[in-house]
Ligand binder design. Structure first.
Ligand SMILES: Cc1cc2nc3c(=O)[nH]c(=O)nc-3n(C[C@H](O)[C@H](O)[C@H](O)COP(=O)(O)O)c2cc1C
Ligand SMILES: Nc1ncnc2c1ncn2[C@@H]1O[C@H](COP(=O)(O)OP(=O)(O)O)[C@@H](O)[C@H]1O
Length: 418
């Protein structure tokens, strides 16, 4: 799961890898299939024995890893062998994407590369962490601090899909951030593992006490917990922080409850940020919640009109995060390792009676080249204006020149050392 600007496909990233639990063998499949060539072999990079690429992160297997360690990357994972592998600790953030079936007490979670990791003695923070905003950051930094005190890994844990998807499928909020983006944002906070557990009806029906017993005690065997003051767990969210403290005390776990972060009189939350973005307000989340909205997607073919008016626009497909309302925005785009200023148009193009709500077009300032098929990460910085139906192409081009200049200036002003 490639955080960042690398070509995530080349990393063989698997968002979720369900485990078939029969005997020692486990079948790993993925939400996004691992790339293979025509023969079904894994790409060369994933076959290399000692280094497993992980987006911008490289997990280096311990020197004494068995030579066939890389066999664990991909479709079939042998638990006995995998369990003996060590991920050097503290490594860069690893996204443990294997679904943990919490009834399987013996199973160790696996990294997306199929490496079993031992999270025993760690400090855990459970949440959805959508946006990894200021409130989440505060919580995760505290998780790091306690992990240092207890000499264990710092672990963030989320449940995927969002529990609401199972409880009330009609009202699932569109997410702000992909799981890989969350991991990318957690890395500088000192989190070692992002554990992604599968949400099932069975899991949601566990009482708070059983949830604590199975996941926290039996499966993860953590030494400490850090949660926000509004943390709830177990069926119908019946367990609160008082119960968490009580259960932790009974089981000799360190438990810290962190007050919620506020901005003025408002609590910072993912829903609050969603409301801002849905209103086209990109700046409040940056200023008040340290959250920058990023849209990433694959460049697809559009009407091929942009180039003819001197402003080619890369059209993004496969977007699975919240798209702000129609308008013209300033921001930046990452292509490979490089970042450019960008002018972004969201929504329909009434001047040409084309496009539709949710369309994302990015003019990358100062770039020339073919982007079709590549992955683009676009960070929004500010809304410049609403979409206009221009009387003619000349008027549109004049306005585009102004938009590009505004986006460029904003970008340059932010590159200057403060
Ligand atoms: C920064 C920017 C602002 C734009 N603003 C408008 C606009 O206000 N009204 C409009 O009809 N189209 C607007 N467009 C969209 C162009 O009409 C669109 O990019 C063009 O039709 C090319 O589309 P294509 O990439 O599918 O070929 C804008 C495009 C960009 C890059
Ligand atoms: N500066 C740039 N910004 C965006 N796309 C560019 C740029 N330079 C070249 N391109 C290429 O041009 C394509 C967009 O041209 P355009 O005529 O708008 O076609 P389409 O309608 O298919 O998006 C992009 O997908 C990309 O491959």
């Amino acid at each position: 799961m490639g955080p960042g600007r690398k070509n995530t496909d080349a990393c063989g990233t698997a968002l979720i890898a369900p485990i078939k639990r029969n005997g020692a063998a486990a079948q790993v499949s993925s939400e996004r299939p691992l790339p293979r060539d025509g023969s079904g072999a894994l790409p060369e990079e994933l076959q290399r024995p000692n280094v497993i690429r992980h987006g911008t992160t490289r997990l280096r297997l311990a020197q004494n890893s068995p030579p066939d360690a890389a066999q664990n990357v991909g479709s079939s994972v042998r638990f006995r062998r995998a369990r003996s592998l060590l991920v050097p600790f503290p490594p860069c953030l690893a996204i443990v994407t294997q679904i943990v079936h919490i009834t399987d007490v013996d199973q160790r979670p696996m990294t997306d590369a199929g490496i079993a990791v031992d999270l025993r003695g760690g400090v855990l923070s459970i949440g959805n962490f959508d946006g990894v905003h200021l409130g989440h950051q505060h919580l995760l930094k505290q998780t790091r601090r306690l992990a240092d005190q207890l000499s264990g890994p710092a672990i963030a844990c989320l449940f995927h899909p969002h529990p609401i998807k199972i409880l009330r499928p009609q009202s699932v909020p569109v997410r702000l951030t992909t799981i890989e983006r969350r991991a990318e944002l957690m890395q500088p906070l000192g989190i070692d593992y992002l554990l992604v557990c599968q949400t099932t009806a069975e899991l949601l029906s566990l009482t708070a006490e059983t949830f604590f017993q199975r996941l926290i005690l039996q499966n993860l065997k953590v030494a400490g917990l850090v949660e926000g003051a509004n943390f709830c767990f177990g069926k119908a969210r019946a367990g609160d922080t008082d119960l968490l403290r009580q259960l932790s005390l009974q089981n000799q776990l360190e438990c810290q409850i962190v007050p919620l972060q506020t901005s003025g009189d408002q609590t910072i939350s993912s829903s609050k940020i969603r409301n801002w973005i849905e209103a086209g307000d990109i700046e409040s989340p940056i200023q008040l919640a340290d959250y920058r909205h990023v849209i990433s997607g694959r460049v697809v073919t559009g009407d091929q009109r942009g180039r003819s008016i001197g402003f080619p626009t890369a059209n993004l497909g496969d977007i699975d995060v919240l798209i702000p309302p129609a308008g013209v925005y300033a921001g930046s785009a990452s292509i490979g390792e490089k970042r450019y200023a960008a002018a972004i148009h969201l929504g329909p193009s009434p001047t040409f009676q084309s496009g539709q709500q949710g369309k994302v077009e990015v003019h990358v300032i100062g770039y020339s080249g073919d982007l079709y098929g590549s992955q683009l990460q676009v960070e929004l910085r500010s809304k410049l204006r609403d979409v206009i139906s221009f009387a003619d192409q000349r008027a549109l081009i004049d306005q585009l020149n102004q938009d590009v200049s505004a986006a460029q200036q904003l970008w340059l002003s932010e590159q200057k050392p403060q």
